[in-house]
Design a protein around this ligand. Structure first.
Ligand code: PLP
Length: 379
């Protein structure tokens, strides 16, 4: 079996499991307890926070451990919007993950916020001037994802963040798909808040990080004992924090070599599919895209039939967002890129981890060509 659905989730790395083990066995204390068992858990949590802060080039106080990307997005957006509204206007891109879009919808319905969703180009890029024109005196937050989970397009984040800074608008980015593949230096990116999920990086599901500059007021979503400097109450998931910290650290250390190898794999896969299948369309930007993600549409072929045919051939893939699995509606991301709804329903997304080999990608590329041709022949 060749697993090419890493954008949905990835296996846990051995080094991460090994780092977690002592937190379940010897250092299992509650970090708030004032005895040696609690203190060793508190030290582990502190170590995890410092590790993340080093990788993100921020202060340890800016790191909040969460249950994953969805919670980090919710905390950043609701937390900033409700703490210090300059007004009730939020700007986002039209191709955000549901963790962002649904949060914005909540703020609109229950708190009267006005939401501006920026259109994107046919490659999925937000144009800086369109962002600039959307900012208003009452804009309280801008949230634009770093890399898209369905088509892999990477936004010009430093430029977008710079525009928001000019207008003193806090800038949050969902970096769930970018982490491990793109630079995460928060100072260089110029972001005020950034969400990361552990399970896309080799840590378990239920682990994540929100970087949120501590000078920006943040209203907590979860109230209680005041853990995480009052930003996220509840006894800390120390093993999860150590896991996500270890996974971020390893991914950052290996990033350059992983990227070089992965870009070659991606380009081979894209070339094989585009030359082997008549009418195949690459979705997303051809160059400004994640190294580990290739996404296509095959006009006239059934997307579901392609996925089944590929699985029969031993290749696990998806049509796009895992959150939309089983959804018969066309992807809102592909529609926002201007793709017709019948073509959007033929989408295929292939995404992999750094451990995926050249041989696996080459075999998968041949399987995609054979599977799509088989489905096309059925018509
Ligand atoms: N944001 C993006 C871009 C994602 O791809 C995902 C997961 O697919 C999430 C947020 C949600 O992350 P989590 O599954 O950790 O809640």
């Amino acid at each position: 079996m060749i697993y090419l659905d890493a954008a949905a989730t990835a296996p846990v790395r051995r080094e991460v499991l090994e780092a977690m083990w002592p937190l379940f066995t010897s250092d299992y204390g509650n970090p708030s307890s004032h005895h040696t068992v609690g203190e060793s858990a508190a030290r582990a949590l502190d170590y995890a926070r410092r590790l993340v802060a080093t990788e993100l080039n921020c202060r340890p106080a800016d790191v909040v451990f969460t249950s994953g990307g969805t919670e980090a997005d919710n905390l950043a957006i609701k937390g900033i919007a409700l703490a210090t509204p300059r007004g009730r206007h939020i700007v986002a891109s039209a191709i955000e993950h549901p963790a962002v879009l649904e949060t914005l919808d909540y703020l609109k319905r229950l708190h009267g916020f006005r939401i501006t969703l920026l259109p994107v180009t046919s490659a999925g890029l937000v144009e800086p001037e369109i962002l600039r024109n959307a900012l208003a005196p009452d804009t309280t937050l801008c949230t634009i994802m770093y890399a898209n989970n369905e088509v892999g397009t990477v936004q010009p984040l430093p430029e977008l963040a710079r525009i928001c800074r000019e207008y003193s608008v806090p800038f949050h980015t969902d970096a769930v798909q970018a982490a491990g593949w793109l630079p995460l230096d928060t100072a260089e990116l110029g972001v005020d808040a950034m969400s990361i999920s552990g399970h896309k990086l080799g840590a378990p599901k239920g682990s994540g990080v929100l970087f949120a500059r501590s000078r920006i007021p943040l209203e907590p979503l979860i109230h209680g004992g005041g853990q995480e400097r009052g930003k996220r109450s509840g006894t800390e998931n120390v093993a999860g924090a150590v896991a996500v910290a270890t996974a971020i650290c390893l991914a950052q250390q290996e990033r350059e070599s992983n990227c070089a190898a992965s870009v070659a794999r991606r380009n081979h896969l894209i070339n094989t599919v585009l030359t082997g299948i008549e009418g195949a369309i690459l979705t997303g930007d051809a160059q400004k895209r994640l190294p580990n993600l290739a996404s296509f549409c095959f006009p006239g072929a059934s997307g579901e039939a392609i996925l089944l045919e590929l699985e029969r051939a031993g290749v696990i893939s998806s049509s796009g967002s895992a959150c939309a699995a089983g959804d018969s509606e066309p992807s809102t991301v592909l529609l926002a890129l201007g793709i017709d709804s019948d073509i959007a329903q033929t989408a295929l997304r292939l995404s992999w981890t750094p451990a995926t080999t050249d041989a696996e990608i080459a075999l998968a590329a041949r399987s995609v060509v054979a599977s799509v041709r088989a489905v096309q022949a059925l018509k």
